[in-house]
Design a protein around this ligand. Structure first.
Ligand code: PLP
Ligand code: COI
Length: 339
């Protein structure tokens, strides 16, 4: 029985569900893992995660399809990205096949929290790994915990598909040879000062530029950029942005489903004023349209306007969510059925 939740009015927030998945790494190996109803973690005060932020995470979603199945989207890519993130922070990677099994298990156990088809909400899945034993000298932990929590969510930005305003940010999110290309908690800690300042100034998000030259578009604190120019989808390429699974999927959708040209390349900030549409893409953001970009007091208004999503972003969003919700045929292997 589906839980009695007002699905259509959910924001992007946390609520505890029936259970989470937990597995521990000790003496050089991950255990089998199990479901737990305990949503709290008790760790030593000196745990690696607390002292030196040794933690990485993922984000994916479970959807109810039109036919009533519960599915998830390309979890193999989350499994491999989590392993990449882990290796970069000297965390023992979690087996990729077992990751997918654990996702299935925890979603199935919380099936009543998967929002119904058409509600606009989804079940957000947050896998993460943290260093759990005490470390005081700067070094990797020896023991780790892998957990997956799930929580039903609505749109990441209030207003859903209404265009947002962003500003060019003077703080950097990631260094040229740093950790911007992995999903490490530390990257998000880095962005907190900037996002609070942006909100105080009336902006929804920050546009980060490349730290070395400050001439190229990178990403926001939690999503990659997409730009539309004519029949082209243009997405920024950089070694210091997160390889978004949504963005990689949209490039395929644009080319194969919508007959668009796709360019994944460096995008100079100077080019932005000539774009037709701009959007943020990610698991949480899906595609959120950007209507206005403020560059130190000077506004760029995208021709798509401030009232609704532009026509190409709308088509991309409808095609992607149609694939996820089972109304449009998916490329081989993209949809993994849970129930
Ligand atoms: N960029 C950052 C910094 C993110 O945190 C996310 C969210 O996961 C994304 C991009 C989008 O990635 P994905 O589409 O894989 O969710
Ligand atoms: C996601 O889209 O899954 C994210 O992790 C973005 C944000 C909530 C950090």
């Amino acid at each position: 029985m589906s839980k009695n939740i007002d699905w259509s009015n959910l924001g992007f927030g946390y609520m505890p569900t029936d259970c989470s998945f937990v597995s521990n790494f000790k003496n050089g190996a991950w255990d089998e893992g199990e479901l737990t109803t305990d949503h709290n973690i008790v760790l030593n005060e000196c745990a690696g995660v607390f002292q030196y932020a040794q933690t990485v995470f993922e984000g994916l979603k479970a959807y109810t399809t039109k036919d009533g199945d519960i599915v998830t989207f390309r979890p193999d890519l989350n499994a491999s990205r989590l392993a990449d993130s882990a290796r970069r922070l000297k965390i023992p990677p979690y087996d990729e096949a077992k990751f997918i099994e654990a996702v299935k298990k925890v979603v199935l156990a919380n099936a009543d929290y998967v929002p119904p088809y058409g509600s606009g909400a989804t079940l957000y899945i947050r896998p993460y790994i943290m260093g759990t034993n005490a470390v005081i000298g700067v070094k990797p932990a020896d023991e780790y915990q892998f957990r997956i929590l799930v929580t039903p969510v609505g749109p990441y930005f209030k207003g859903g598909a209404k265009p947002i305003s962003i500003r060019v940010c003077d703080y950097d999110r990631a260094a040229p040879h740093g950790t911007g290309n992995i999903k490490a908690g530390l990257n998000y800690a880095m962005s907190l000062y900037a996002i609070v300042e942006a909100h105080e100034q009336g902006f929804d998000e920050n546009m980060y530029l490349d730290a070395a030259t400050r001439t190229k578009v990178e990403e926001t604190g939690g999503a990659n950029f997409i730009f539309i120019k004519g029949n082209k989808l243009i997405t920024p390429k950089s070694n210091s942005i997160l390889p978004s699974i949504t963005r990689r999927s949209l490039c395929i959708v644009a080319e194969k489903y919508l007959g668009m040209e796709v360019e994944h390349r460096e995008v100079f900030f100077d080019e932005v004023k000539d774009m037709d549409e701009c959007g943020l893409c990610g698991t949480a953001a899906v595609i959120s349209p950007v209507g206005r970009i403020n560059d130190h007091g000077k506004d760029i208004f995208l021709p798509s306007g401030m009232t609704e999503m532009g026509p190409v972003c709308t088509k991309l969003r409808e095609t992607l969510t149609g694939i996820q919700m089972g109304t449009i045929e998916a490329p081989e292997g993209w949809i993994v059925k849970i129930k």
